[in-house]
Design a protein around this ligand. Structure first.
Ligand code: FES
Ligand SMILES: [Fe+2]
Length: 385
C-alpha cells in the first residue's frame, strides 16, 4: 500500500491482546475456553486465550476453574501440579490454592504467611458442553452467555479445532452466506442452501447482530451473531451422516488463542429424541469409526494449500470445517482489511465491522461503550431452506 494512502481503519480491529481496544472489548464477555468432556475431574491443563496463558482444572467434585498460569510463589506452571479435592497444589514447593484463589497450605512456611498470598482466578462456568471464563475487570455478565435452544433434543459438542488465523476472519465468515455455494459445493452437504445466492441484510441488536439471507423463493434464513464471537445457525447434517438427525442448531464460537490463531468451539442441539436419538448416536458412532481413517484437519488443509490435494477431491468427516479453514486461514494469519473490495453480498461483514469499529473507537477515546444484553431465548435462527 502507498504509505500516503489513508488507512481505512484507524484502530486495529483484529487484535485482542490485553490492553488494546480490541482486547478490552473482548474481555467484557464470557469466552469459550475448553471442551467440557476433555477435562476430567482431577486434571489440570494449560490454555492460551487472547495471547495470555492460563491453567484450567477440574476439582474432584467436578467444578471447572480457570486460574493464572504461574504459581505466585516462584512462577512454576500450575498445570504441572495436583488437584487435591477442591484445590490445586503446585508441584514445585507444594503451595495449595482453592477455587477462589486463597492459598490454603504452604508446607515449608510459617503459619499465617499463606494469608498474604493469592493466585488470580477467573469466573468460570459450563454451558452446553463448553467451559467459559471471564477475563475482564469487575463482575462477570450474566451466565450462561446465550440460551440453550429450546425444544426436545440432545446436546452434541463437536471437538474444538485450532485454526492458524485471527478469530475475526472466522467470525466474519459466519456472516458470509454466499461462500456456502462455493466453498461447500464439493461434498454436497450444503446443496440445499446453495441453490441460489441469497440477498444479505443485517441489523444490530442489543446482544449482537441479526443477519438475513433472502432467497428467490422468498424464504429468509435468519442467523444470530452473538457479540463478540459466536454464531447460532441451523446447519445441514454433517458429511457422512446421510441426513440422519436433520438440521442441528449449531453454536460456533471463535476464541482467540492469540492474534494469529483461534480455536473453534462448536456445540449444538440436535432435534432428535427417543428412538430417533438412538439412531442418531448409532450413525454418529459409525461415522466416527470411519473417521479414524481420516487425517487431522490441518494436515489436509496444508496439502490443499501446497497444491498437492485438489480442493474438490477432499473427503473428510469434518469436510465443512476443512473447507472453511482452507479458505479462511488461507486469507493469511490476519486478513488484510485495507485492501479488499467489499460488495453487496458482504453486507453482514460490513455491518459487524461498523459496530466493532464504533466500540473500539469508544474504548480508544475513553467514551462510553454499548451495554450488551444477554440474548433472550425467544430470538431463534430460521432455517430458510
Ligand atoms: S513455585 Fe509454586 S510452590 Fe513454589
Ligand atoms: Fe463455511
Amino acid at each position: 500500500m502507498n504509505p500516503d494512502t489513508k488507512k481505512r481503519y484507524d484502530v486495529d480491529l483484529a487484535t485482542t491482546e490485553a490492553g488494546t481496544p480490541g482486547g478490552i472489548f473482548m474481555r467484557q464477555f464470557w469466552i469459550a475456553v475448553y471442551d467440557s468432556a476433555d477435562l476430567p475431574a482431577g486434571r489440570a491443563k494449560p490454555i492460551r486465550i487472547m495471547g495470555e496463558d492460563y491453567v484450567i482444572f477440574r476439582t474432584q467434585s467436578g467444578v471447572a476453574q480457570v486460574t493464572a498460569r504461574r504459581c505466585p510463589h516462584r512462577g512454576a506452571p500450575m498445570h504441572l501440579g495436583w488437584v487435591e479435592g477442591e484445590e490445586i497444589r503446585c508441584v514445585y514447593h507444594g503451595w495449595k490454592f482453592d477455587c477462589s484463589g486463597r492459598c490454603t497450605e504452604q508446607p515449608a512456611e510459617e503459619p499465617g504467611y499463606n494469608e498474604k498470598v493469592r493466585i488470580r482466578t477467573y469466573p468460570t462456568g459450563e454451558h452446553m458442553g463448553l467451559v467459559f471464563a471471564y477475563f475482564g475487570e469487575g463482575d462477570a455478565p450474566h451466565f450462561p452467555p446465550f440460551p440453550e435452544p429450546e425444544g426436545e433434543g440432545v446436546i452434541e459438542v463437536r471437538p474444538s479445532t485450532e485454526a492458524p488465523c485471527n478469530y475475526l476472519q472466522c467470525f466474519e465468515n459466519s456472516m458470509d452466506e454466499v461462500h456456502v455455494a462455493f466453498t461447500h459445493a464439493p461434498g454436497g452437504t450444503h446443496a440445499k442452501i446453495a441453490q441460489d445466492l441469497p440477498i444479505i441484510t443485517a441489523e444490530e441488536t442489543d446482544w449482537g447482530m441479526m443477519r438475513y439471507g433472502r432467497r428467490k423463493t422468498g424464504e429468509v434464513r435468519h442467523t444470530l451473531h452473538y457479540a463478540p464471537n459466536a454464531v447460532r445457525v441451523f446447519v445441514p447434517p454433517m458429511f457422512g451422516m446421510g441426513g440422519v438427525g436433520g438440521w442441528p442448531e449449531l453454536i460456533l464460537i471463535f476464541t482467540p488463542v492469540d492474534d494469529h490463531n483461534c480455536r473453534w468451539f462448536a456445540t449444538s442441539k440436535v432435534h432428535v429424541s427417543g428412538a430417533e436419538a438412538q439412531t442418531y448416536w448409532a450413525k454418529r458412532r459409525e461415522m466416527e469409526a470411519s473417521a479414524g481413517e481420516f487425517r487431522p484437519v490441518m494436515d489436509v488443509v496444508n496439502d490443499m494449500w501446497s497444491g498437492n490435494l485438489v480442493y474438490e477431491d477432499v473427503r473428510h468427516p469434518q469436510l465443512a470445517r476443512v473447507q472453511d479453514i482452507a479458505v479462511q486461514a488461507g486469507q493469511g494469519r490476519i486478513a488484510d482489511r485495507e485492501n479488499e473490495f467489499l460488495g453487496r453480498s458482504d453486507a453482514g461483514i460490513v455491518a459487524w465491522r461498523r459496530i466493532l469499529l464504533r466500540e473500539l473507537r469508544a474504548i480508544a477515546n475513553g467514551q462510553p461503550q454499548k451495554k450488551w444484553a444477554t440474548p433472550s431465548p425467544d430470538v431463534k435462527p430460521v432455517m430458510g431452506a
